[in-house]
Ligand binder design. Structure first.
Ligand code: ADP
Ligand code: MG
Length: 202
C-alpha cells in the first residue's frame, strides 16, 4: 500500500500477470467444461482477454486502483468475447467505480449485482453468479482469502447438479445437469489467484 491507501502499481502488475498465467494454464480445462454444455470457447475467450490485459499491464497498473479496475474491465469487455466477456468486464468496471466509496465487501456486492443486471440473470441458474453471490456473502462475513477460495470451490461444485436456465448451457435443458458451469470454474481460478496474491504467494 502507498501512503494514500492505494495499492502499489507493481502489486497490480503482479496480480495481472498471475491472472494471465492462470488463465493460460487452465484454458484447456475451461474449454473442456464449455464443450460439455456450451460451445467450447470459454478457455480461449478467457485466455485471449487476460493476455490482452497483461499486454496493457504497464499502463493499467500506473493508474489509481479504481481507475485500474475500470480500465481492466473495459479491456475484458473488448477482448474476451462471448457472454462472459461483458459480464467479467462489467464486474471489474463496477468494482472500480465503487471501491473508493465503499468497503471492499460493499463494492464487491455492487459488482455482483451489476453482473446480474447485465446478464438478466439470478442465482440458481447455473452461471458465474452461483459463485459470485456466495463469495460476496463470505466477504461480508469477514472470511480470509484462503477461506474465500474454499467457498468459491464449493460453490462451483454445487453448480454440477443444477439445470442451466440462463446462457448457452440452458439450450441443453436437462442435459446440462451433471457438469460444472465453466464461468463458475473461472471464478474459482481467479479467486485462487487473488488469494495467493493477497497472501503474498504471487
Ligand atoms: P458463451 O456462452 O457466449 O460461449 P463463454 O463460453 O465465454 O461465453 O462463457 C460462458 C459462461 O458465461 C457460462 O459458463 C456462465 O457462467 C456465464 N454466463 C453466460 N450467460 C450468463 C448470464 N446471462 N448471466 C450470468 N452468467 C452468464
Ligand atoms: Mg462458450
Amino acid at each position: 500500500m502507498t501512503a494514500e491507501g492505494q495499492i502499489d502499481g507493481d502489486r497490480i502488475a503482479e496480480l495481472i500477470e498471475a491472472a494471465r498465467s492462470a488463465m493460460v494454464a487452465h484454458a484447456e480445462e475451461l474449454t473442456a467444461l464449455d464443450s460439455a454444455i456450451g460451445d467450447a470457447d470459454h478457455g480461449l475467450n478467457m485466455k485471449r482477454g487476460f493476455e490482452a490485459l497483461a499486454a496493457d499491464a504497464g499502463a493499467i497498473s500506473a493508474k489509481p486502483l479504481g481507475e485500474a479496475l475500470k480500465a481492466a474491465g473495459m479491456k475484458l469487455v473488448m477482448t474476451v468475447g462471448g457472454a462472459s466477456g461483458p459480464l467479467f468486464g462489467t464486474f471489474l468496471m463496477t468494482l472500480g467505480k465503487e471501491i473508493d466509496a465503499n468497503s471492499f465487501a460493499g463494492a464487491f456486492a455492487k459488482a455482483v449485482d451489476s453482473v446480474a443486471a447485465r446478464g438478466k440473470s439470478e442465482r440458481g441458474q447455473k452461471t458465474m453468479l452461483d459463485v459470485l453471490y456466495p463469495l460476496s456473502e463470505a466477504l461480508a462475513g469477514g472470511k480470509s482469502p484462503r477461506e474465500l477460495a474454499d467457498v468459491a470451490a464449493a460453490a462451483a461444485e454445487a453448480t454440477v447438479p443444477l439445470k442451466a436456465t440462463r446462457g448457452r448451457a440452458s439450450f441443453l435443458g436437462d442435459r446440462s445437469i451433471g457438469h460444472m458451469d465453466p464461468g463458475s470454474r473461472s471464478c474459482v481460478i481467479l479467486t485462487g489467484v487473488v488469494a495467493d496474491w493477497a497472501e503474498g504467494r504471487a
